[in-house]
Design a protein around this ligand. Structure first.
Ligand code: SF4
Length: 81
């Protein structure tokens, strides 16, 4: 589970989030670009290439896309609570 105490400041309010690159638990975003390339309607990138949730997924298709990125993230930086 991505660290709920280290969410990226640009996540929009809601259950889905990305963690901040400064998360020292080893789950901070490493700017690999997988999520915002795979689901650009849901995930965005900041000026450093780190990801945040720009739109909370709605409906089965978007939730499925978000889950796919969560599974694909190499450092478990995407969470949903
Ligand atoms: S897939 Fe994970 S590490 Fe890669 S940009 Fe997205 S949140 Fe960051």
């Amino acid at each position: 589970m991505a660290n709920t105490e280290m969410k990226h400041k640009d996540n929009v309010d809601g259950s889905w989030y990305c963690t901040d690159p400064d998360d020292d638990s080893g789950e901070g975003c490493i700017a690999c670009n997988v999520c915002y390339t795979g689901a650009p309607d849901i995930f965005g990138e900041d000026d450093d290439g780190n990801a945040f949730v720009k739109k909370q997924p709605e409906g089965d298709d978007e939730v499925e896309m978000a889950k796919e990125q969560m599974d694909a993230c190499p450092v478990s930086s995407i969470g949903c609570e």
